[in-house]
Write a protein that binds this ligand. Sequence first.
Ligand code: ATP
Ligand code: MG
Length: 342
Amino acid sequence: QPRVFSGVQPTGNLHLGNYLGAIVNFVALQQSHDCIYCVVDMHAITVWQDPKELSRQIREVTAAFVAAGIDPVKHIVFNQSQVSAHAELAWIFNCVARIGWMNRMTQFKDKAGKDKENASLGLLAYPSLMAADILAYKATHVPVGEDQKQHLELTRDIAQKFNNDYAESIAEHGFGDAFFPLTEPLITGPATRIMSLRDGTKKMSKSDPSDYSRINLTDDAEAIATKIRKAKTDADALPGETDGLKGRPEADNLVGIYAALSGLSKQDVLNQFGGQQFSAFKPALADLAVEKLGPIGAEMRRLMADPGHIDQILANGALRADAIARPILDGVKDVVGFIRRK
Ligand code: ATP
Ligand code: MG
């Protein structure tokens, strides 16, 4: 049966991009699929994280999941490091994947910057752990933003190479002609790539040093209004047609955000605001963002007041995740030829 897996890193403030590009879809998929949503703390430490902040942020992402409408009883919510199958399978995938594959990943190039020799080895191997996250559950569908497309292609490459390299053993152990499924990315929904408010050519990111580059789920009404007012734009009025947004990345992004938050198409938004200046559009966008994000932020703050309850959600999810992943990992170990305690 179809199984959904996806993860969010506890690396900082959750923002509008994470919400519209990922979490909104996580919520919708609960109707049709068995869903596993993971706070990927092991991915987070591929770049330095202050330990106290990391614990707080793991709880904050969990709170955001629940506040946005993910049901941790019907579905599974947990943090990655509590289920050791992720790390164990990642090691095996490190030995299946090739260094050249990792070197080609744009996220590695972006995050490692100029001094690649000094990036953590984990940052290079990130996609291998991500493949393990997904395939430890034989997940068939993975909802993500546009920026994760390349990593999902690599997950398919790893699954395929494992299936090929071990084809004989897979058959001998009664797993048929493929052990892992070739996972489908789900890059859909209202907005698959929200851009920075300071630079329309860069995606909105938790790790962007400027807080003015993003709208956080926990921002209050005043912060949201200020950030939108200060958002970079050009000097022209809004166009009447979507064609007029070409070559205007900042305008395109703000119209896209309005469309995604309101459930309208970009053309609908331009029918309403075409010919008007940003000085008129921005306050309307700020009001809409406050209306949609305010209740989620408030619910997050309420949940964050009881960290013990959040930790319980994570522990319960981890137990149930482990029960799915453990037999799959045992199968992998048998296929590889490892000897394990029976
Ligand atoms: P970091 O800067 O630490 O990588 P991030 O903002 O990229 O943080 P992730 O935890 O890496 O967030 O990604 C969580 C999910 O949010 C992924 O599915 C990713 O594709 C999606 N996502 C991240 N940024 C955006 C964005 N700007 N627009 C749409 N989706 C996004
Ligand atoms: Mg990211």
